[in-house]
Design a protein around this ligand. Sequence first.
Ligand SMILES: CC(C)(COP(=O)(O)OP(=O)(O)OC[C@H]1O[C@@H](n2cnc3c(N)ncnc32)[C@H](O)[C@@H]1OP(=O)(O)O)[C@@H](O)C(=O)NCCC(=O)NCCS
Length: 152
Amino acid sequence: MTDMLVNLQSPLLDNLQETDDFIIRPVLPPERHIVLGWVREHFAENWVSECEVACSTVPTNCFIAINGNELLGFACIDTTFRNFFGPTGVKEEARGKGIGYRLLVHSLNEMKNKGYAYAIIGDAGPVEFYQKKVGAVPIDNPPALKAIPYLK
Ligand SMILES: CC(C)(COP(=O)(O)OP(=O)(O)OC[C@H]1O[C@@H](n2cnc3c(N)ncnc32)[C@H](O)[C@@H]1OP(=O)(O)O)[C@@H](O)C(=O)NCCC(=O)NCCS
């Protein structure tokens, strides 16, 4: 695993096509328990912890992709460290439909609007996904979080 750097001025963040299949918006505080339960069900407990942090600001730093009442995916920014993107995830049955990509571009544009020049993808799992879709490059150091012996 590696941290990755994304240039937020990249034109790759500009050309998002419209879709009617789902919308992306920040989590609203009254639905936070639903989102945290969903992340627990589909992903891992440490991601729930990170998501709690992202859901504790107003507006929240956690974005969800939804179709009506169905939650399809989520993405967080400024969570374990400022300037970090992640965690993010799309439920298994909904993968391969562009949801993860749109959550990523939406989140990175939010970071650009906050004034960051670059974003860091923390401990990136699917490195090729980030390289291909937003031009991310691996940082030639161990991931920042790996340098800290945190509780698991
Ligand atoms: C990674 C993840 C969020 C991608 O979401 P998704 O909705 O399936 O991805 P998309 O449909 O938007 O994919 C867009 C493109 O990226 C590619 N891609 C998706 N997942 C990929 C992966 N794991 N590795 C390489 N490429 C990938 C797709 O093939 C597609 O390519 P195309 O535009 O050329 O057709 C999703 O697979 C997931 O939830 N994985 C488990 C959790 C995880 O690993 N999160 C990342 C932690 S850093």
